[in-house]
Design a protein around this ligand. Structure first.
Ligand SMILES: NC(=O)c1ccc[n+]([C@@H]2O[C@H](COP(=O)([O-])OP(=O)(O)OC[C@H]3O[C@@H](n4cnc5c(N)ncnc54)[C@H](OP(=O)(O)O)[C@@H]3O)[C@@H](O)[C@H]2O)c1
Length: 272
């Protein structure tokens, strides 16, 4: 993934950073010795070192200096404070920098790191269990080889595709807020099961596995969801009864508008 004995640095190794670290180690893509990570708190760094066997520190500059590429998974409001400094610019000059910060545009990062090839990435929390989805966009200095490195990195924790940066606000909504929408749907369907007499834990397991299996059907068969839906829907049956109830509640436009509204808010994130 990285040149010969290159090291990946992770600045801000929290939920997203740790998911990637875990994915890289589990897939055998990078040995722990080739990972170096930073956090704000010493105890967080110690915990990461103990758990994953990586070098972990609160010294961002040392991570940036020794790495051949850097994943920046700091919170959006922490990015400028860490990156916009002369020593950091020098440490990262010519090195691939991948940022997962929601709402922080490549143009902003370019002002802080004008000589680094940049890639913006939008992962989601299922990356934590290797079932994530990540969208990457390239900045001005990023080559096809840099994009391939980024895609391979995020493929260790799920699927990854490249899109133009203009799609980042909608993918922030659909991909990164999306799991919250899915959890709400799982919870609501399980409540229906509880209402009709199922134990809550049983209803939750059925609802979650049902949604998981249905999503995999769409991905693996490549069939349109409407065609898969029609396969389940027998005339005068219970499925059509449930579907019409959902349509009465305007479920399609509610879900689509949720993505539209979240995209609107995402477009304002990171813009001070
Ligand atoms: N979570 C998601 O679903 C998701 C999805 C897409 C994109 N993102 C983006 O990914 C980024 C990270 O999100 P997250 O959920 O992983 O956040 P997080 O769990 O809060 O992790 C942030 C990490 O940054 C560290 N940190 C804070 N200030 C620092 C500093 N000055 N120097 C070094 N490390 C510092 C924190 O260390 P301490 O723990 O010691 O404070 C923590 O390890 C955000 O920009 C977010 O917008 C997140």
């Amino acid at each position: 993934m990285l040149d010969n004995d290159g090291t990946l640095g992770v600045l801000g190794c929290g939920t997203v950073g740790e998911a990637i670290v875990r994915g890289l180690i589990r897939s055998g893509s990078l040995a722990p010795a080739r990972l170096s990570v930073s956090t704000r708190r010493t105890e967080a760094a110690e915990a990461l070192a103990a758990k994953h066997g990586v070098r972990a520190t609160v010294d961002n500059l040392s991570v940036a200096r020794e790495a051949s590429a850097v994943l920046v998974s700091l919170k959006p409001q922490q990015l400028q404070g860490v990156l916009d400094a002369e020593e950091m610019r020098a440490a990262l000059r010519g090195k691939l920098v991948l940022s997962t910060a929601a709402g922080v545009r490549l143009e902003q990062i370019r002002r802080w790191l004008p000589e680094s090839p940049l890639i913006r990435a939008m992962p989601n929390t299922p990356c934590t269990i290797g079932e994530g989805m990540t969208i990457v966009s390239r900045g001005p200095l990023a080559t096809d080889a840099h994009v391939r490195t980024a895609v391979r990195l995020f493929q260790t924790v799920g699927r990854c595709i490249e899109l133009e940066e203009k799609s980042m606000d909608v993918v922030t909504a659909l991909n990164s807020s999306g799991p919250a929408f899915a959890y709400l749907i799982i919870e609501a369907l399980a409540e229906g099961g509880v209402m009709m007499g199922l134990r809550r834990d049983v209803a939750m397991e059925i609802a979650a596995q049902m949604l998981h299996g249905s999503a995999r059907m769409v991905l693996q068969t490549g069939m349109h969801p409407a065609a898969l839906k029609d396969q389940v829907t027998t005339p005068a049956g219970c499925t059509i009864a449930g579907l019409l109830t959902l349509e009465d509640g305007r479920i399609r436009s509610v879900l689509a508008r949720a993505v539209e509204e979240a995209t609107r808010v995402a477009s304002r994130l990171g813009q001070s």
